[in-house]
Ligand binder design. Structure first.
Ligand code: G3P
Length: 218
């Protein structure tokens, strides 16, 4: 399972990268705005900064919602850095743009996916990644994990190569359950990754080892 971090915060990206377990980064316009990154020039520079920190794929989202606009923006984003994956919204023009980029060998991430049918279309269009938003489904009392399982089944049935990128992950149990279902990638905040480190028995066990070592080496 690949671990992506879902943020535009450089310090969080560096911390995950330094742990040695980071496989990539996802961003979106809301995450960019949260970091105060506004204006095309600064946004493009920020993507380059992110690419210089991580080794893996970095999803950069288009703002345009029409086919030509998405093609222009996506082409510009892909040219920024070889690690960039063009992130496209799950709308009709987004699917057309996905097909266009896939035929050109430019990697894509189809985002804002909330149903198995949408995920099927993304795979048919040759998406590199599909991003079902697990947490946002849970927010409206709909089982987000069930959607990940349905997409896994459908992709397995037809051997689609599109990778399931479980997005809108909020906490460690989302990560673990996605791993059980077989999501290819998870993307979430730093806390959803660092939270996996924690267990009280690890902490108390280590404290006891250190205490006993000190006693024996006085
Ligand atoms: O990757 C999608 C993600 O950014 C959405 O997460 O927590 O805003 O639902 P969230």
């Amino acid at each position: 399972m690949k671990f992506f971090i879902d943020t535009a915060n450089l310090s969080d990206i560096k911390e995950a990268q330094n742990m040695g377990i980071l496989d990539g980064v996802t961003t979106n316009p809301s995450l960019m705005a949260k970091e105060g990154i506004v204006g095309t020039e600064y946004i493009l520079k920020h993507y380059q900064d992110i690419c210089s920190i991580v080794d893996g794929d970095v999803s950069a989202e288009v703002i345009a919602t029409d086919f030509n606009g998405m093609i222009n923006e996506g082409t510009q984003l892909a040219a920024l850095h070889p690690q960039i994956v063009v992130k496209l919204p799950m709308i009709e023009d987004g699917i057309k743009a996905c097909k266009y980029f896939s035929e050109k060998g430019i990697r894509t991430n189809v985002t804002l996916v909330f149903s198995a049918g949408q995920a099927l279309l993304a795979a048919k269009a040759g998406a590199t990644y599909v991003s079902p938003f697990l947490g946002r489904l849970d927010d409206i009392a709909t089982d987000g994990l069930q959607l990940i399982a349905e997409i896994r089944l459908i992709y397995n049935n037809y051997n689609f190569k599109t990778q399931i990128l479980a997005a809108s992950i909020r906490h460690t149990m989302h990560v673990i359950n996605c791993a059980k279902i077989g999501a290819d990638v998870m993307t979430g905040p730093l806390s959803s990754i660092t939270g996996l480190l924690k267990h009280p028995l690890t902490e108390s066990g280590l404290a006891k080892f250190m205490e006993d070592y000190k006693k024996g080496n006085q």
